[in-house]
Design a protein. Sequence first.
Length: 222
Amino acid sequence: MDTEEKKDILPETAAAEAKPEVKAIAKAEPKNAYPPKRDGANRGGARGRGGRPGGRGGSFARPKPEFDQKIINIRRVTRVVAGGRRMSFSVAMIIGDKKGSVGLGTGKATDTALAISKALKNARKHMITIKTTKTMSIPYDIDAKFSSSRVVLTPNRRHGIVAGSTIRDIVILAGLKNITGKIHSGSKNRLNNAQATMKALSQIATKKRVAVQEEMASYVQQ
């Protein structure tokens, strides 16, 4: 009888004795013992790896570029060789500091990023500093012709920039104001129009820049 009573009583007593232990363990563990799982949206929150803001690698403030840039033309060029066709990209870019300096450059490479970097380097090499008036305008009418494009630039009074196409982009990046620009040709080639505009603006470049150009021309002739 004792053994049967023990068999019947043991499960009940074991369950009764186990309940307070479970409650004690539950009280001992805090509610938020385990942190919630992060989903894809929560990754890279306010602070990332290493305590730096902006996710895994952290966000670093990018330095402001020295010159403002604008790509006026980008095209794909195909060259046919004995082995087949070779593709490359040609980029024309304008840069300026909006304080009277502006440059035009071109670059070609198999990758667009490399072509842009080449165009930027070429534009810095061919930058000119324009001799402007107190109101950041040109002192007199200027015109130039490049290939089939002919451009005329005239100063105006309080009318702003009255120009289109690449003339407007170059004038804005150079920081010029109150200028009227016209293209007296049927050419829609943006690069030729930009070259004609730069040729016209080089006529009113600063004396220092003109002296450097004359020295280079005399050196080439020798």
